[in-house]
Design a protein around this ligand. Structure first.
Ligand code: TRP
Length: 445
């Protein structure tokens, strides 16, 4: 690393901005769309408990590992493995796998994000021009299969590109600092409303009372995959963001804040959705359409439903934009590091490729049904590449980089208790790789 390179690299402006941007990455569709349906199909409380277990045991240590790699190397994911792994590029492959995973995530994530925009605009139009509610299931199926969804994918990718063009401080950080408080405010409003619903307690007990008979290998694999996905782990997103951290940013504390806020938002999303689902006598196990069919069904039956609906999909839009920005930034940073590409050129590439792959995924609900790229990309990235990426990161930091490196990054002024530091190292060396491998293999059968 040359010092010239170091001083030229962008940095976050303030700690608050840094936390907003990193939480913005973590909090996304994963929390508000994926968590409730995964929990809904995997038995509620048992899934939540498993999920929290993985966040603490593996999530926080792996966040620390990614942070340490990013800040020490001041590079994106591929550069970090290459710089820290030494010659001869022996460790470059997890970096390239991460870039592949990023492309897949952009492709299917932009599709779901595009649905949020359609629903937001649609509800807003209804507020001013009330119409009878049609058949929600058919409307949804028709919309996602059609050309309108593809147009929204392009619009979403262009907005995303616009933010990325602004750079780290004036783009990512500024937008996140404005949008994240808005997101938390909307969440709170919904929570209060949901808790006041007549059937709230049934929904809450579904979420908070674990039924251990529901714990199967696939539930456990699902909870682990969800923990990785939700905290943006396993593909160098946090390596990339940490390469913009200041030298004195406290890594463990920041990791704890991210894990806590991210888990809190997932739980709040459950608290919002399950009481509503139960009080309207619907099934929590609807799968991926839970948020796009079950909720609109409920909105259509409550007074002021269109306003609630517009607000809810605004929440989802905000959450998905700040997350997609971070996945795209992985690739932008890679193209800059590796090919010395200007930010503007890199953003153009990522926007173009995102529109093409996103459209193909979107069409897999319609004309390209037989390809089913959407599910393939979702499955390969969340259930295979992310856990394997997490395993590579923890093994790499735990074994290749040695204790001294970790201590210098995570505990530069010796304030962290020895047991905590040892715990992190034990997790990175043994627990995380072993758990990931065991659950991964069990889940394949
Ligand atoms: N964490 C985001 C969510 O919960 C998605 C996401 C953003 C992501 N960046 C990532 C997932 C990097 C995996 C890796 O929706």
């Amino acid at each position: 690393m040359t010092s010239k390179n170091h001083s030229k690299r962008a940095q976050f402006g303030s700690r608050l901005g840094l936390v907003a941007t990193t939480v913005g990455s973590a909090v996304g569709l994963g929390n508000i769309w994926r968590f409730p349906y995964e929990a809904g199909t995997h038995g509620g409380g048992a899934f939540l408990l498993c999920y929290i277990f993985f966040v603490i045991l593996i999530g926080i240590p792996v966040i620390c590992a990614e942070f340490a790699m990013g800040r020490a190397s001041r590079s994106g994911v591929v550069g970090a493995y290459i710089k820290l792994g030494g010659n001869p590029r022996r460790w470059a492959w997890p970096g390239y796998a991460a870039i592949l995973a990023a492309a897949m995530i952009i492709a299917f994530y932009s599709v779901v994000s595009s649905w949020t925009m359609e629903y937001m605009v649609h509800s807003t139009v209804h507020i001013f021009n009330p119409q009878p509610t049609g058949n929600i299931h058919n409307d949804f199926a028709q919309f996602i299969a059609g050309p309108k969804a593809v147009i929204w994918v392009a619009v979403f990718m262009l907005i995303n590109g616009g933010v990325l063009l602004g750079g780290v401080q004036k783009g990512l950080e500024r937008v996140s600092s404005i949008l994240m408080p808005v997101l938390f405010l909307i969440l709170l409003v919904f929570c209060v409303n949901s808790l006041l619903m007549p059937g709230a307690s049934e929904g809450l007990s579904f979420l908070f009372h674990p039924d251990f008979s529901k714990l199967t290998p696939s539930v456990i694999l699902g909870a682990m995959g969800q923990a990785f996905f939700s905290m943006s782990l396993g593909m160098g997103c946090l390596i990339t963001y940490a390469s913009y951290f200041k030298d004195d940013t406290p890594l463990l504390r920041t990791a704890g804040e991210i894990a806590l806020l991210d888990t809190l938002v997932a739980i709040l999303a459950g608290v919002i959705i399950f009481p509503a689902v139960f009080s309207f006598g619907m099934s929590p196990a609807e799968g991926p359409t839970l948020v796009f069919e079950v909720l609109p069904n409920i909105f259509s039956r409550i007074p002021g439903g269109d306003v609630w609906s517009a607000l809810f999909f605004l929440l989802l839009f905000v959450a998905s934009l700040t997350s997609l920005m971070s996945v795209s930034e992985i690739v932008v940073s890679f193209l800059g590091d590796e090919f010395r590409m200007k930010r503007r050129t890199a953003v153009l590439w990522i926007t173009g490729i995102g529109i093409i792959l996103g459209s193909l995924c979107s069409l897999s609900f319609g004309p390209l049904k037989s390809w089913n790229l959407f599910n393939i990309f979702d499955y390969i990235s969340s259930n295979i590449l992310l856990p394997l990426g997490g395993m590579a990161t923890s093994y790499f930091v735990g074994w290749t980089l040695k204790k001294k490196f970790i201590a210098a990054q995570i505990n530069p002024n010796g304030k962290i208790p020895a047991w905590l530091l040892s715990g992190i190292i034990i997790s990175l060396r043994y627990i995380a790789p072993a758990c990931i491998l065991a659950v991964f293999i069990a889940g394949l059968f």
